[in-house]
Design a protein around this ligand. Structure first.
Ligand SMILES: Nc1ncnc2c1ncn2[C@@H]1O[C@H](COP(=O)(O)OP(=O)(O)O)[C@@H](O)[C@H]1O
Ligand SMILES: [Mg+2]
Length: 577
């Protein structure tokens, strides 16, 4: 199984600790199985009145019991020596993978389910490790040792144990298959429940706007009826196991004891009977233990598969094998016959985009909502690769640059910036951890955010809340602008960045924009045309392709799409006045 290979792969780094751990565990089994045998030897020695041997075996019994207990704890200790760093290592690897995965993965993912996959996966690593290397390994060796002693005493009892083992194991495996199947259904409904809860928590403001609390309660309650059915199906398989394995083990135990008793004084001594009943009663318990441990593995295999399955996701936007690094970036951007279809979606979003953006110029993308303006920006950042054509920066195909290099020269102010639940300063400096306060103050001033921060009681240390909820749309936007400026990017993109601002802030940002645009290429995506009038080139998109481009006056003179959109906007404005 693949998941076993993946697990063993992680364990490779802990060879030495594993050897220590398995050795100590083996010693602990041997100490444990000394007990029934020592008892037999004590009784047999009493029978022949050899008191010296009685004391000797009594000593052995004492040492193996006390020593066994200590060795047992040492075994658990070595288990922890492997498990603790293993859990940390796997979590780090999976977390790194999730971070490395494409934008497309993150668009599709369900945060609630992903978090439960992490939590359950880590639990599964611990439980499966315990079950396989501590419990099952221990029990199998114990059964082996018991088998050896029982065969020595009486081959028919040994055979009975082999038979009992075979019947129990086949029953355990049959029931576990059933158990696994119901577990998958249960996990699915459990994830859906977490998904609904997480989704409602994230959208709590929408829920409040529409007073939809009752509706959300009902949505959860409906899912819970499916969940209840799944839980019962799952729980019932456990009861079947309890009854099945319990009955078979108890019958087997009675059979072995019956054989032993019937052979008393007929090949077996009292000492033998005591030893056999010692092993047999403990075996009854061991079978239950074995089955609960295999059940544990079965229960957690699906969790482990989901956890390691995250590692199987492929990064579609591949890193260049021999990347080129542009030393002195000018900031010229070219789209050559670019076409794009979103993955898992057959709808063509962009088609035959041809465009040259000269370095240091200011270009505007305008067009109705949904025509693909943001998609163009995402392609430029390599959140996705174009389905057709290519994009060049300073003549280099962006696929030939590393993603981090590419993204370090471009800064984006998105339409709806999301902030970390941390301080204003942390959020502002996110793109440049080593930024000095002076640099921070410069960009904060350019983004017109200083006055606002100075008025806050905690100033730069003010916490912004989850996703930045404690700031207004305009404040968040200006913080995002400052954050984008801090890295001093060659290419600056505003994706409808001023649409959440009031006219006054917008005007201030406009002035700042002129200032910061001087030494860089600027792309402005806007639906409010007032912000793009002075652009060097206005690119009009419609139906996923470029229909017109030129300066404001040229486009108006054309009396095409731009002129139509412009007149709608200006008319709207004059009406309001
Ligand atoms: N992740 C996505 N998966 C599938 N389709 C998407 C995705 N993101 C956007 N789209 C679709 O692509 C089209 C263009 O979207 P977008 O580039 O955001 O438009 P604009 O920014 O011009 O308003 C829209 O029809 C939108 O529904
Ligand atoms: Mg958009």
């Amino acid at each position: 199984m693949k998941v076993v290979r993946q697990f063993l792969h992680f364990l490779k780094d802990y060879k030495l600790s594993m050897v220590m751990f398995m050795t100590v565990t083996t010693l602990s089994v041997l100490a444990e199985s000394m007990r029934p045998w020592s008892l037999k030897m004590i009784l047999d020695s009493v029978g022949v009145n050899d008191m010296n041997r009685v004391y000797w075996y009594l000593g052995l019994l004492g040492v193996s019991t006390i020593g066994g207990n200590i060795i047992n704890s040492l075994g658990y200790f070595y288990g922890d020596v492997v498990k603790i760093p293993l859990s940390k290592q796997i979590r780090e690897v999976v977390f790194k993978k999730v971070l490395d995965l494409d934008f497309a993965y993150h668009v599709d993912k369900n945060t609630g389910s992903l978090i439960s996959a992490f939590r359950r996966g880590d639990g599964a690593v611990n439980s499966i490790f315990d079950a396989v290397f501590q419990e099952i390994y221990w029990t199998i060796i114990y059964i082996g040792v018991a088998l050896w002693f029982l065969f020595q005493a009486s081959p028919s009892i040994g055979m009975a144990l082999v038979g009992l083992f075979a019947i129990n194991m086949s029953m355990i495996f049959w029931l576990i298959k059933k158990n696994l199947k119901t577990r998958v259904v249960f996990n699915k409904t459990e994830d859906e429940i977490s998904g609904i809860i997480a989704d409602t928590m994230i959208n709590y403001d929408t829920v409040k706007f529409f007073a939809a609390e009752k509706r959300e309660e009902k949505r959860l309650a409906n899912k819970f009826s499916e969940w209840t059915r799944a839980v019962w199906d799952y729980a019932n398989t456990f009861r079947m196991m309890d009854v099945g394995v319990g009955t078979v083990s108890a019958s087997g135990m009675l059979l072995m004891l019956w054989i032993a008793v019937s052979k008393l004084n007929n090949g077996l001594t009292i000492g033998d009977i005591v030893m056999i009943s010692g092993f047999v009663t403990s075996l009854h318990f061991q079978f239950f233990h074995l089955f609960s441990q295999i059940r544990n593995i079965a229960k957690h295999t699906a969790d482990l598969e989901a956890y390691f399955g995250i590692l199987d996701n492929e990064v579609c936007v591949k890193e260049a094998t021999r990347p080129r690094k542009i030393k002195k970036m000018a900031g010229k951007i070219e789209f050559q016959k670019v076409g794009f279809v979103y993955p898992k979606n057959n709808q063509k979003v962009l088609d035959d985009i041809n465009l040259v953006i000269k370095s240091g110029t200011k270009v505007a993308f305008v067009g109705r909502s949904g025509t693909g303006k943001t998609t163009l920006v995402k392609l430029l950042l390599r959140f996705y690769d174009p389905s057709k054509g290519r994009i060049l920066i300073d003549g280099v195909d962006i696929k030939k640059m590393t993603k981090s290099n590419l993204r370090s020269i471009i800064s984006v102010v998105p339409q709806e910036p999301v902030l970390f639940n941390n301080s204003i300063k942390f959020n502002l400096a996110y793109g440049k951890e080593e930024a000095t306060m002076e640099e921070i103050l410069t960009v904060a001033e350019q983004a017109n955010i200083i006055d606002f921060i100075d008025k806050l009681p905690k100033g730069w240390d003010t916490m912004v809340g989850e996703r930045g909820i404690k700031l207004s749309g305009g404040q968040k936007q200006r913080l995002a602008i400052a954050r984008a400026l801090l890295t001093n990017p060659k290419v600056l993109i505003f994706d409808e960045a001023t649409s959440n601002l009031d006219s006054e802030s917008e005007r201030m940002i406009q002035t700042a924009l002129e200032e910061v645009s001087k030494s860089r290429t600027v792309i402005i995506v806007a639906h409010r045309f007032s912000t793009v009038r002075d652009a060097d080139n206005i690119v009009v998109l419609a139906g996923g392709t470029i229909v017109e481009s030129g300066k404001h006056q040229e486009l108006l003179a054309k009396k095409g799409v731009y002129e139509k959109l412009w007149s709608i906007q200006t008319k709207g404005k004059s009406k309001k006045k």
